[in-house]
Design a protein. Structure first.
Length: 287
């Protein structure tokens, strides 16, 4: 028993956890999460305050990144936009995990008709991307951050359902599952106690990827007016409002564009690092 436990131990706490991609991704992601938390209680200025006399100012001690064409503080808007993007992405990915993973486990457990129905429903959901879903939801309930969360979350459901189903079907053929079945445990209990913990690493990696995609989707929805509504700042709407000023004040486009790019880059690096650390096949191949 002891030797087997030692073999299974590498994973999260092995030296493969400390990789350049993981360190860089975790650091960048931590900066954005910290910025979102800070924006909950403090910003340098009111991000919604319009001061026409201070429009298009450059960087200074008062306005760290200058002001936009309405005199709003860019740094404050970026901080508040970080908070909104993180919240939307968290809720959207949470919806995908909370609904998709149980559906995927159920499809793997039951098989047959149940599996076919769940997978065909996933195919139908895939036919409606987040932006199209947001358009339909907006037509009924109106634009807003909540509707953007729901639209992006619905699109995440089939992603996690397919992933959980595929990983669970592989796990159902493992020896520890056969042993649990021989002990008389129910399929539901096996799925929760044995299958889910063993596929959690795959789900965590996918969650980081979907988090990055959710940030991009929220920015895209806000850009076309279907996401976060004024006066609440949003990275996507900052881009939309600055597109007519791109030659007069290119920094208005540069700042939110770079913010989105770095946020997505950090999450992608984090996902790559976690994949390398958690995938046992990669660990064995590099020994």
């Amino acid at each position: 028993m002891a030797p087997e436990a030692q073999v299974a131990a590498p994973g999260l706490f092995s030296r493969r956890l400390i990789t350049p991609a993981l360190i860089a991704g975790a650091a960048i992601t931590a900066v954005f999460v910290l910025a979102g938390l800070i924006a909950l209680v403090w910003t340098p200025h009111d991000p919604a305050a319009i001061v026409i006399t201070s429009r298009l100012q450059g960087m200074s001690a008062t306005h760290w990144l200058g002001t936009d064409h309405f005199g709003r503080d860019i740094a404050s808007m970026l901080l508040k936009g970080t908070h909104n993007s993180v919240i939307v992405a968290l809720v959207a990915v949470g919806i995908g995990i909370g609904i998709g993973v149980p559906l995927g486990l159920l499809a793997a457990v039951r098989g047959g008709l149940v599996d076919a129905v769940i997978m065909r429903a996933n195919d139908i959901t895939f036919a409606f991307p987040a932006i199209l879903s947001a358009v339909m939801i907006t037509a009924i309930y109106g634009p807003g951050a909540v509707n953007a969360m729901i639209a992006i979350g619905i699109f995440n459901v089939p992603v996690f359902a397919r992933l959980a189903r595929g990983a669970a079907m592989v796990a159902w053929r493992r020896e520890y599952v056969l042993a649990a079945r021989a002990l008389g445990r129910s399929r539901i209990a096996i799925s929760i106690v044995h299958i889910l913990p063993n596929i959690a690493s795959v789900l965590i990696v996918q969650a980081t990827i979907q988090f990055a995609l959710a940030i991009l989707a929220e920015a895209g929805l806000s850009y076309v007016g279907l996401g976060t509504r004024p006066p609440t700042p949003s990275w996507g709407r900052m881009l939309a409002e600055a597109q007519t000023m791109v030659f007069l004040a290119p920094q208005l486009v540069l700042y939110p564009g770079l913010t989105i790019a770095f946020a997505v880059l950090g999450l992608n690096l984090l996902g790559d690092g976690l994949r390398d650390a958690l995938d046992p096949r990669l660990s064995r191949s590099l020994r």
